[in-house]
Ligand binder design. Sequence first.
Ligand SMILES: [Zn+2]
Length: 150
Amino acid sequence: MADVIQYGPARLLPGEQIAITTNPDTEPFWQAAKEHRLTACQCAKCRHFRMPPTAYCPECSSRDKNWPVLPGTATVFSYAICNKNPKTGGDFIYVPVVVDLDGAPGARLNANVTGCDAEDVRIGMKVTVEWTAIQDGWVLPNFRAASPGA
Ligand SMILES: [Zn+2]
């Protein structure tokens, strides 16, 4: 059996390295994040969730949107372990994840996960939202392992 690589603590990419752009379809998500509320774009007509937010519902073409406040918990759908800071090129262990958002069936979000060692991240792992200040006063949802080392 091969040895398991020990990467050590999963870090979050530094917020000062992260900039976003918004548009009228995505801005409500980011405005809610500024207030530490996790939301997802939901069609106001057929209730289908879609992320990232787009102008029209892919199911029924409605332009009407709801932005329900979600519990802030999620489940890791997929992940990768990275060992270089993409901005500086220096050694830096972080784990980009795609998570399924609780309370928003079908809605997924890209983020980083922290609160455990990188090698302990698993598909199906429960995580909770953690807020990271980024450039221009925006706030990015990241996620923390619900039970460290689990
Ligand atoms: Zn719809």
